[in-house]
Design a protein around this ligand. Structure first.
Ligand SMILES: Cc1cc2nc3c(=O)[nH]c(=O)nc-3n(C[C@H](O)[C@H](O)[C@H](O)COP(=O)(O)OP(=O)(O)OC[C@H]3O[C@@H](n4cnc5c(N)ncnc54)[C@H](O)[C@@H]3O)c2cc1C
Ligand code: HEM
Length: 386
């Protein structure tokens, strides 16, 4: 695609997206054209499609931003299509999607109106996207998802459950990665969850799930999951890991269910003889929010390379919680009180460490800010895209 066409398409994209409700109108036109051409495609989607506009437009934006660096765009689209296999999308569907994308921009052409040049530019983009996604869809013959049966469901806090499942064959993820999950109470509504244990030969996998107020899926997992439910779990993503080649020690910071991918790595490290030193800061609002601290203390007792430091914003549990905070066993670090990022940064810059942060987007951003402010190099910090 030449530079003039690329500039025209980008300008048209911005004027459509920046209009009031631009992404919503555009994506609903995209789906309307797609379902108009093949009504059966609607069955692949969940009943509510309100999360879609932002995600689909972020993908299109990424492609437009990388027209001159096509390898990256192609890699991204192939991966997106491989992941789309879990929805039942096949290579043949992407032709329709490419045409629907052009038709959606034609419907909402933005300032300046439509022209033959724009039609040609968007048609090229539609073909590039659909061809790359079809290649991705065809390139992976592994199964698009695995089925696993719930063998345990424990509500450890009013709003948090630990769910243990077992699959026929172990799901091939690395400790620290996350996986798309779909549960029978909310079919087709895939959500990412981070396994809290490494893979094992028995096909066991465990998730720690916190209920998000007004969420579609997490309240159903916490309150309605039953032993015997069959979940669908798709291929792993993400790359939180300890880089052994650097030889540097590790700092892990997790709060809430964000401890899951860190915990999985620590359990895996516990199976090996030689490990770098790890400081693991576990954060929560109240002591009772550190629902897994006893297990981590246990792990640390038999693994001297691991130091667990519990951090809470409040010294005592809320009035409605029936138990007092548990005391650390002999030799364990005492509980610290304060904001997690501020507490970690009060120890210094940790500039010789490889650092992993896991938790809510707000916690990751605040902790990163606190560390960078005391001199931590930003490149040494990794986190999942939440
Ligand atoms: C890489 C990754 C790993 C994850 N791992 C886990 C995990 O191990 N355990 C776990 O419990 N969750 C995890 N999540 C979050 C999970 O994927 C869901 O987003 C979460 O459970 C909410 O889904 P829902 O359907 O209940 O809410 P939705 O119906 O998707 O959202 C309802 C509303 O809540 C808002 N919202 C969504 N998530 C949050 C949040 N965390 N805090 C505040 N508001 C929110 C949405 O913007 C929306 O307005 C992870 C997310 C990512 C991206
Ligand atoms: C132009 C090509 C397409 C692009 C850029 C695109 C992009 C995306 C993105 C970014 C997401 C969210 C990613 C995720 O969270 O998994 C998504 C979800 C989805 N896409 Fe696509 N897609 C395309 C084509 C298609 C086609 C052809 C179909 C089906 C026929 C399809 C079906 C779905 C479904 C079912 C979802 C999940 C919806 C949900 O969970 O709410 N997509 N798409």
């Amino acid at each position: 695609m030449d530079a003039r066409s690329a500039a025209l398409v980008r300008a048209n994209y911005r004027s459509v997206i920046d209009a009031p409700n631009g992404p919503e109108r555009l994506v609903s036109a995209f789906y309307a054209h797609m379902f108009g051409e093949n009504p059966r495609l609607r069955e692949l989607f969940p009943p509510a499609m309100d999360m879609q506009p932002k995600r689909v437009m972020t993908a299109v934006q990424f492609v437009l931003d990388h027209l001159e660096d096509w390898d990256r765009a192609q890699h991204f689209l192939e991966q997106l299509a491989r992941d789309h296999r879990k929805y039942g999308v096949e290579a043949a569907h992407y032709d329709i999607a490419g045409r629907a994308l052009v038709a959606a921009f034609r419907t909402y052409c933005g300032i300046g109106g439509w022209s033959d040049e724009l039609e040609a530019g968007w048609r090229d983009i539609g073909i590039l996207i659909s061809a790359s996604m079809a290649i991705g869809a065809n390139s992976d013959t592994s199964q698009p998802f695995w089925e696993a049966t719930v063998v345990g469901h424990r509500q450890v806090l009013e709003d948090l459950a630990i769910v243990r499942l077992q699959s026929q064959t172990p799901i091939p993820y690395q400790a620290g990665q996350y996986v798309p999950v779909s549960v029978p109470q909310r079919p087709k509504m895939w959500r990412y969850l981070s396994p809290a244990i490494p893979t094992n030969p028995y096909g066991e996998i465990e998730f720690h799930v916190r209920k998000v107020e007004n969420g579609w899926v997490s309240p159903a997992i916490v309150a309605e999951t039953e032993v015997g439910d069959v979940w669908q779990i798709a291929g792993p993503l993400g790359g939180l890991h300890v880089d052994r080649d650097t030889g540097s020690d590790v700092l892990m910071i997790g709060s809430g269910t964000g401890i899951a991918p860190l915990r999985a790595q620590l359990i895996e490290m516990g199976r090996r003889g030689d490990n770098p030193r790890v400081h693991f800061f576990m954060g929560g609002q109240y002591p009772c929010d550190l629902y897994d601290v006893q297990n981590m203390w246990q792990l640390s007792l038999s693994n001297p390379w691991l130091t667990v430091i519990p951090v809470c914003e409040n010294a005592s549990n809320p009035w409605w919680y029936p138990h007092p905070p548990a005391d650390p066993p002999f030799g364990m670090h005492r509980r610290l009180i304060g904001n997690l990022g501020a507490v970690v940064a009060s120890f210094g810059s940790w500039s010789d460490r490889q650092i992993q942060i896991a938790g809510s987007a707000r916690m990751i951003a605040a902790t990163t800010r606190a560390l960078v402010a005391v001199g931590t190099p930003e490149w040494s910090i990794t986190a999942d895209p939440v």
